[in-house]
Design a protein around this ligand. Structure first.
Ligand code: ADP
Length: 450
């Protein structure tokens, strides 16, 4: 396939389409995974801050009495609270809220109703604006460019008057780092995956095209074989005509020329008929169930009778062995079944030397009718046995041609067997003989209406 330009190009195309489609699918999957992961991460971050802010809100509100004023008792909830923008160092204590606000990257801010900073706890990012709300699309950014997510809640005094705002925020460094890792994986990992997909696509395209390439080769071989087979009789006709026309032939020579023309014409007609039969069987979708029942006892008997003359001419003893008591019925086209068994008997007689025997047997097993054609002829070498059913394959070309064979007889026989839901097999040994066996599905005898 590599050497055939057309197939190579098609393979490249197919592989590119595969890889392209896989690339687009993988790209979309990567983006979807990225988007889902970032959303999921953001949601858990937001929930964490919201729950922290809610806990603080619920703990602080009963301690607030005057709007914008932080009572000293607030320090019980947030011991690390620093008034204004001063930086305070607080010794660690075992308090859940404090633990959370003391973690790196967290901060708590208190703003009065005018938005002025009253106090902070935890890390106090320098230059972070005091915006009341933040959104996911626009997190807060400090002087150093670090991003923060912040949750804001309004605080009320113990008597329900508006007090100011509580803001709980967290650095997005960890979140950004996580997303950057996924981005890096997608940016660098996807091309590596695509190289793998490209290689796999090339291999798969090759596998997909293999049967097409084989059929293409078979068609090419078939066409070459037909051309060769047609050329032989046509060349013979041409040569005979030229020789006859270049002389002044007497009536005997004319008669001999006509005999040659007749023989070659017969050969051509035979070849064309065989080819037509094969191509018809290739094209037709056989509906086996619609075939009529056909009695094999009659068929074997008729054929042995028909070939008796050929057997005598060849000095081969032809006999039938019907090993069943009842008539054996199969479904099929009678003409074609005649052709199938006829081809086998004709071959057996032809490839059996004078004095040999050819036996046609009919038997059954549970669901199969079995026809065997056995000869004591020249046999077939084991390396040829798998090829003799190929079109135009002949073991001994000269011997086959001599009888007008083109190597289509067994190909036709096998096509007929397959069309009738059967199988045709061969067992053979050189110089000992061959046994061709046909298995066909049995059917019950047709009901005869009086
Ligand atoms: P052909 O027209 O050449 O006989 P077939 O397709 O009938 O073509 O057979 C293919 C080849 O198989 C033959 O050329 C022959 O070599 C071999 N063959 C078929 N039948 C027999 C047989 N009974 N004994 C030995 N060789 C056989």
């Amino acid at each position: 396939m590599q050497t055939n330009k057309l197939f190579n190009l098609s393979r490249w195309r197919l592989a590119s389409y595969y890889a392209g489609v896989m690339g687009v699918i993988l790209g979309f999957c990567g983006l979807a995974v990225y988007e889902m992961t970032s959303q999921d991460h953001w949601r858990s971050l937001d929930q964490e801050l919201t729950s922290l802010a809610g806990t603080l809100h619920d703990g602080l509100e009963p301690l607030l009495h005057r709007p914008g004023q932080l009572e000293p008792s607030v320090k019980q909830v947030l011991p690390n609270l620093c008034l204004g923008t001063q930086v305070c160092v607080i010794p660690p204590r075992h308090n859940h809220i404090l633990n959370a606000t003391q973690q790196p990257g967290y901060y708590v801010r208190f703003l009065n109703l005018n938005g002025q900073l009253l106090a902070t706890a935890g890390e106090n990012p320098p230059g972070l604006s005091f915006e009341r709300e933040t959104t996911r699309q626009r997190p807060l950014t400090d002087q150093q460019g670090d991003r923060y997510h912040q949750v804001s809640l309004q605080l009320k005094t113990a008597t329900g008057k508006p007090w100011g705002y509580l803001k709980v925020g967290r650095s997005l460094e960890e979140y950004d780092h996580h997303l950057q890792t996924i981005q890096a994986f997608l940016v660098f990992g996807l091309p590596v995956v695509m190289i793998g997909v490209g290689g796999a696509s090339w291999l798969l395209a090759g596998l997909a095209m293999e049967p097409v390439y084989l059929s293409y080769q078979q068609i090419q071989q078939f066409t070459a074989d037909i051309a060769h087979e047609l050329r032989t009789p046509i060349t013979a006709i041409q040569a005979t005509l030229e020789t006859t026309l270049s002389t002044e032939p007497n009536s005997e020579e004319v008669h001999s020329t006509l005999q040659i023309l007749k023989r070659q014409n017969y050969r051509l007609t035979h070849l064309i008929q065989d080819l037509l039969l094969l191509s018809r069987m290739d094209l037709q979708d056989a509906n086996w169930s619609r075939f009529q029942p056909c009695c094999l006892n009659d068929l074997v008997g008729d054929l042995v009778e028909e070939f008796a003359g050929s057997g005598i001419t060849a000095g081969v003893q032809l006999s039938a062995e019907i090993r069943v008591e009842q008539p054996v019925w199969v479904k099929g086209e009678e003409d074609q079944l005649y052709r199938l068994v006829g081809n086998l008997i004709s071959n057996a007689i032809h490839y059996t030397p004078t004095g040999g025997e050819v036996t046609v047997m009919l038997e059954t097993d549970k669901q199969q009718a079995i026809i065997k054609v056995q000869d004591t002829g020249i046999g077939i070498a084991s390396e040829d046995q798998s090829r003799i059913f190929d079109r135009f394959y002949r073991v001994d070309t000269a011997r086959s041609r001599q009888r007008g064979g083109a190597g289509l007889g067994l190909a036709i026989a096998q096509a007929i067997a397959v069309k009738h839901q059967g199988i045709l097999t061969v067992e053979s040994e050189l110089e000992k003989g061959s046994l061709f066996t046909i298995h066909l599905p049995l059917v019950s005898a047709p009901i005869v209406r009086s």
